[in-house]
Write a protein that binds this ligand. Structure first.
Ligand SMILES: Nc1ncnc2c1ncn2[C@@H]1O[C@H](COP(=O)(O)OP(=O)(O)OP(=O)(O)O)[C@@H](O)[C@H]1O
Length: 274
C-alpha cells in the first residue's frame, strides 16, 4: 500500500497539494488526472522520494521500495547526453549490478536483449537518444523499467506524442506487469484511455473553497461525475455522493485546502466501502 498521510507538497514553501490523505492499495492500476498545474507530477515526485514533503509523509507498507521505477515526462529528459539505447536500458540494472558492471555478465546482456525485443527496439541498440523519435524514446524508457523489475511503477504522461499502435503495445506491457502484482500509477490526460485501461482514478483539482482538492475512486465514476461534467467537488459531501461511492465499491478519500482554525483531521473526510 502507498499511504499519503497529511501530505503537503510544494516548492519554495509554496504549497501545491495541501494536506492530501490517500491510501492506494498494492496491485492497483491507478490513473492520476486533473488540469494543468494541479500537482500530478509533483505528487509522483513525492511518492518516488525525489521531492521532500513540506508536511506529512508517504509510507509504503508491504511494498519493497528499493527500486521504484519512475518514467518522467519525455520533455524533462536531457537527450543531448551521449548515451546509447543499450546503455540507457541497461541502466535499469544499476541498483542490482552497479553502474560499471552492467553489460559484462551474460545474464545482463540476455536480459537487456529480452526487454529490447519485448519493446520492439531490436536494431536500435547503438543509436543515441538524440537520434530517436518521441515514441521510440518512450519505448526505451519502458524497456529500462522492465529491467528494473520494480514493485511500484510511476509514469508521468507515458503516452504523450505516442501513436496509437505504440500506445496499445505499451499498455499491454503495463497490463502484464499489473497481472504480476506490480502497482502502477500513471499521470494521464485521455479520459477514454483511462476508462478503458485503469480501473481506479485519482482526480486532482484546484478551486475556491469549499472545492475539494482530490477524489479517488472507480475511473468511470470519477470521470463521469467530476471530470466530464467539470463539476467542483463540494464539501461537506452530500449523502447522495457517498451512496454513489458505496454502490460503485469505490474507495474514496478527499481532502480540502487548509483554512485557518481547522485541523487537517477536521478537513479530511474518508469514506470507504465496507
Ligand atoms: N521545480 C519547480 N519549482 C517551482 N514550482 C514548480 C516546480 N515544478 C512545478 N512547479 C509548480 O507546481 C505546480 C504543479 O506543477 P505540476 O508539474 O505538478 O503540475 P501537473 O498537474 O503535473 O501539470 P501538467 O498537467 O501541466 O503537467 C505548478 O503551478 C508548477 O508551476
Amino acid at each position: 500500500m502507498i499511504h499519503c498521510h497529511n501530505l503537503t507538497l510544494g516548492y519554495d514553501r509554496h504549497p501545491v497539494i495541501h494536506h492530501f490523505e490517500a491510501k492506494i492499495s498494492s496491485g492497483q492500476m491507478l490513473a492520476i488526472v486533473g488540469g494543468n498545474g494541479t500537482g500530478k507530477s509533483t505528487l509522483l515526485k513525492a511518492i518516488m522520494g525525489q521531492l521532500k514533503p513540506l508536511e506529512g509523509s508517504v509510507d509504503y507498507p508491504g511494498i519493497n521500495i528499493k527500486a521504484i521505477a519512475y518514467l518522467p515526462q519525455i520533455a524533462q529528459l536531457d537527450r543531448s547526453f551521449p548515451i546509447t539505447v543499450q546503455e540507457m536500458v541497461s541502466s535499469g540494472l544499476w541498483l542490482r549490478t552497479g553502474a560499471f558492471r552492467s553489460l559484462r555478465t551474460l545474464f545482463t546482456r540476455q536480459s537487456v536483449k529480452e526487454v529490447l525485443k519485448k519493446t520492439g527496439l531490436q536494431g536500435f541498440e547503438q543509436r543515441t537518444l538524440q537520434a530517436l523519435s518521441g515514441g521510440q524514446l518512450q519505448r526505451v524508457l519502458f524497456a529500462r523499467m522492465l529491467l528494473q523489475n520494480a514493485d511500484l511503477i510511476l509514469l508521468d504522461e507515458p503516452f504523450t506524442g505516442v501513436d496509437h499502435a505504440t500506445t496499445q503495445h505499451l499498455l499491454t506491457i503495463l497490463h502484464d506487469l499489473n497481472c504480476q502484482g506490480k502497482t502502477i500509477l500513471a499521470v494521464l490526460h485521455d479520459p477514454a484511455l483511462v476508462k478503458e485501461h485503469f480501473p481506479q482514478t485519482l482526480l486532482l483539482q484546484r478551486g475556491p473553497e469549499p472545492c475539494c482538492q482530490a477524489v479517488i475512486g472507480q475511473s468511470e465514476w470519477v470521470l463521469d461525475h467530476y471530470l466530464m461534467k467539470k463539476a467542483d467537488i463540494q464539501l461537506p459531501l452530500p449523502d447522495e455522493t457517498a451512496q454513489v461511492c458505496q454502490q460503485t465499491s469505490a474507495a474514496y478519500v478527499i481532502s480540502e485546502p487548509v483554512t485557518e482554525g481547522n485541523t487537517p483531521e477536521q478537513q479530511t473526510q474518508e469514506v470507504k466501502n465496507a
